[in-house]
Design a protein around this ligand. Structure first.
Ligand SMILES: [Zn+2]
Ligand SMILES: [Zn+2]
Ligand SMILES: [Zn+2]
Length: 758
């Protein structure tokens, strides 16, 4: 007999991994034990050397499909006299473990049962097993067992109990296990004053959808608003009622094949769509897609996702059409998740509401992913991912809470060698969002059983997340520069602690000098950074107003490029803006009244986009920038001129020559697509030239491309193509490049600052 201790790290908790190991061991005649530990699962196995070898091979090469093994390490241990293989409960090990896994999409086995007339769970909308179903969103405490979930009010029937207790059954210890006999049930309420039929609720919902009605649907982490995605009038109605301007809606389709009829899908994108996390995936819409243009009026990108609960499967099958499925909220408020709350808040928005009696304990919005220049990149990390840990290559000295930034807020808690992002909170613009932020922090602290000792926040004094951190006076409070945090998030994702050259491009972020940064080159580690490059600033007349009235940025570019006197043919590009407004903005810039300087590369996109597309306004953050990216003519390879000013500290990219060249192009009636391509090419060339200069001066460091602007595929791919032969290039994958990913970097920087202080 020989003995081995095998440590498995990765996504191995809450996916049925322990029972699977147990079955495998018993089949092979291996004795020993398996249990969760704080970092994954550990196995102690005893058998003959040959059998143990095969057992470890099997674990390594043919793992459970729902598990994702990041690392498997084995070491010999002394033989023990055992006669069986058992699953040991986590508590028995005497160590704390995060036992709550993320929610997972309905697995294939459960989907089959759902459609099998002979099965006792035929068409049962709450079917689940150890490989799938709700988890994080139903957990009310720890450890993760049924008593600490919202399923505790349902008592398992005998048949369900037998499955739950049988280690050979795929529902062994499936905490939300249920069936039509004993589990939750579905119902439809009309909010439009009509009576609902009590029987065949799904058929009724499908019928309403086919008539263009808006139906709210209770999902895993909150309610969605659904309507027929092929019916323009229905989609318009939903937009009006939800007060949602032109932001695209996500669309749920029944199958990968149906997704393929609406959008172009690569194999990587197909894998993302089908993954157990089931994110919304941003795809290129097909010209001939049978879909209302109102779904995404302003962009050729289309957010699609596949059903991830049995209820979705049944609803899509009954409706027989793609459905808009957008978070049930008004404007920027958090998603609705309680039945009474939903009925109250959705009155006047939804015509009916499809709901059930399994409570949602924790709100959790859909996640969003996109393949950016070949790399699957998460843009919003929430349902399906939270609370899965991110492993740190260097443990933090004490537990840290990092509060994130302002838009697309998420927070992060780091402890020992793991970091946990909280769910997507959204923009911290409303009282409701702030309440959600605070409540989610409390809950994450509870389920991780951790009390942070350090709290990190953005340097921006006006952010509600900053003010929240400053109220936590019982903790050590550390302010972290926005772009430093972006770069360190990306370093952490790649397990890098040594110095890198970070390129942080975004819309805005508070700089150490009190001005807005966002086009910054940082030589950096978690401990410190040096700002070695930036962009020439733009005056934002009216401050935040300029973000919506992007013509103000366009004008500021002209004013700067022509030394305060742009020619008539240049200002003609701002056709439609009253000359009195232009004059006012000119004066604001010249007298420096409410015209702060901003260096965000995102603002250059806004400004060039405004001039070349004749777009005076942006209805939501990034709208013009995204449109500007998409019009680019890929066959245009030349670039606008630019300069790099090395007399300043830090060095500065000057795009005034590009502005003048674009004005000449537009005066000669060049298509906006050509102007866009030359603008992108100039940014790519300027970035790589500045990197060359910095490498020559500072040594050959790896480059970290981060910030919301790197959601722009043309720019990310363009820069990577030019520099990848010269040096290592890091890009985001598992941590969002935008502000939703910033909290991780904040946590690690705060930890480094506290270490420095001793
Ligand atoms: Zn299942
Ligand atoms: Zn049952
Ligand atoms: Zn940012």
């Amino acid at each position: 007999m020989a003995g081995y201790r095998i440590e498995v790290r990765g996504t191995v908790q809450g996916v049925g991994f322990r029972p699977w190991v147990c079955r495998l061991a018993r089949r092979m005649g291996v004795v020993g034990r398996v249990q969760n530990d704080p970092r994954g699962v550990s196995i102690e196995a005893f058998a003959s050397t040959a059998v143990l070898g095969r057992f470890i091979d099997e674990l390594r090469t043919d793992p459970l499909p729902t598990a994702r093994i990041a690392e498997l390490r084995e070491a010999p241990i002394p033989d023990e006299d055992l006669d069986a293989f058992v699953i040991e409960s986590s508590e028995a090990s005497g160590r704390k473990a995060l036992s709550i896994p993320p929610d997972l999409a309905t697995c294939e086995d459960c989907t089959k049962e759902l459609l099998d007339e002979r099965d006792r769970r035929f068409e049962y909308p709450f079917t689940n097993c150890t490989a799938c179903g709700p988890r994080f969103t139903i957990a009310t405490g720890i450890p993760y067992d049924r008593a600490a979930t919202t399923m505790s009010e349902f008592v398992m029937c005998e048949a369900c109990r037998a499955e739950f207790d049988d280690v050979e059954n795929r529902r062994f210890h499936a905490q939300p296990n249920a069936c039509p006999e004993c589990g939750p049930s579905l119902r439809l309420d009309r909010l439009d004053g009509h009576a609902a039929t009590a029987s065949n609720v799904l058929a009724h919902a499908a019928e309403l959808l086919s008539r263009g009605k808006v139906v709210a649907v209770k999902g895993l982490g909150g309610f969605h608003l659904a309507c027929d995605a092929t019916d323009g009038a229905a989609v318009r109605r939903l937009r009006e009622r939800k007060h949602r301007d032109e932001k695209p809606f996500a669309v749920m389709v029944q199958s990968l094949a149906e997704a393929g009829a609406l959008a172009e899908i690569s194999s990587e994108e197909g894998a993302l769509l089908s993954a157990a996390e089931r994110p919304v995936v941003l795809l290129r819409r097909r010209q001939d897609a049978r879909l209302a243009v109102e779904v995404s009026p302003d962009t050729s990108l289309l957010g699609l996702f596949l059903p991830y609960t049995p209820l979705h499967h049944l609803l899509l099958a009954a409706a027989r059409r793609p459905l808009v499925m957008t978070s049930a909220n008004v404007s920027d408020e958090p998603i609705c998740f309680e039945n009474d709350e939903a009925r109250r808040r959705l009155e006047g928005i939804a015509d009916a509401i499809l709901l059930h009696d399994r409570k949602i304990a924790m709100r959790c919005d859909d996640s969003v992913s996109r393949v950016i220049a070949g790399v699957p990149t998460i843009m919003r990390r929430s349902r399906g991912f939270v609370p899965r840990p991110i492993y740190l290559s260097r443990p933090v000295a004490r537990p840290v809470l990092a509060c994130g930034a302002h838009l697309n807020n998420t927070f992060c808690i780091a402890m020992e060698d793991t970091a946990y992002f909280g769910p997507h909170i959204g923009d911290l613009e409303t009282v409701a969002a702030l309440d959600f932020f605070e409540e989610a922090i409390e809950r994450m602290q509870t389920i991780l059983s951790v009390r942070p000792e350090v709290v990190a926040h953005d340097l921006h004094p006006g952010y509600p997340s900053t003010r929240y951190a400053q109220t936590r006076t019982e903790l050590s409070v550390v302010g972290v520069q926005h772009h430093h945090a972006h770069v360190v998030s990306l370093m952490a994702e790649h397990g890098i602690c040594d110095q890198v050259l970070g390129v942080a491009y975004d819309g805005t972020g508070f700089g150490e000098d009190g001005t807005s940064w966002g086009g910054d080159f940082l030589l950096c580690t978690a401990e410190r950074y040096e700002r070695v490059g930036t962009f020439r600033p733009i005056r934002l007349a009216g401050g935040n107003l300029a973000m919506r009235e992007v013509w103000r940025i366009g004008y500021a570019l002209l004013h700067d490029a022509y030394d305060g006197a742009p020619p008539r043919n240049a200002t003609a590009l701002l056709d439609g803006v009253p000359s009195s407004s232009l004059l006012l903005v000119k004066q604001m810039i010249e007298r420096e009244i409410n015209a702060p300087r901003a260096r965000g590369v995102g603002r250059y996109f806004d400004g060039f986009g405004a001039l070349a597309l004749g777009r005076a306004r942006s209805t939501h953050e990034g709208q013009v920038a995204i449109a500007w990216d998409q019009v680019a003519n890929t066959s245009v390879v030349d670039a606008y001129p630019y300069e790099i000013d090395r007399r300043t500290t830090p060095w500065e990219v000057d795009l005034r020559p590009a502005v003048r060249a674009a004005v000449e192009d537009l005066a000669a009636s060049a298509p906006p697509g050509d102007v866009s391509a030359r603008f992108h090419n100039a940014l790519i060339a300027a970035t790589s030239e500045l990197l060359d200069l910095l490498w020559a001066e500072r040594g050959n460091l790896p480059v970290a491309l981060t910030g919301g602007v790197f959601q722009n595929e043309r720019l990310a791919a363009g820069i990577e193509n030019v520099i990848r032969n010269k040096n290592e290039v890091l890009r985001h994958g598992a941590v969002p490049p935008g502000d939703g990913g910033i909290a991780l970097g904040q946590a690690l920087i705060a930890d480094a600052v506290m270490r420095d202080k001793g």
